[in-house]
Design a protein around this ligand. Structure first.
Ligand code: SF4
Length: 91
């Protein structure tokens, strides 16, 4: 309730939501989300690691995020059907 006695609606920006918590908390949640992916949606471990290795050497990686698609690469690489968004795919 605000100072006029009216109930104030709370709007949450989904994009900004991760930044409302600490960086460590956010990455813990991201890791838990990845751990809980359905097996049929998940890339196998060999592909996952190769993808992350390619991302680690890529100039488009910034603070864990791909600047081309805006995804956290750990999540994108974990999803079997996702591909690198670069014009010449790195994975
Ligand atoms: S997803 Fe592709 S373009 Fe993005 S950081 Fe990884 S290798 Fe680079």
């Amino acid at each position: 309730m605000n100072d006029t006695g009216k109930t104030k609606s709370l709007r949450v920006c989904r994009k900004c939501l991760p930044y409302a918590e600490t960086r460590e908390e956010f990455f813990q949640k991201l890791e838990a989300y990845i751990d809980n992916l359905a097996e049929e949606d998940r890339a196998d471990q060999e592909h996952y690691e190769a993808r992350l290795k390619a991302c680690a050497q890529c100039p488009n990686l910034s603070d864990g995020m791909c600047v081309l698609c805006g995804c956290y690469v750990e999540l994108r690489a974990a999803l079997k059907l996702r591909r690198c968004p670069d014009v010449v795919r790195r994975w």
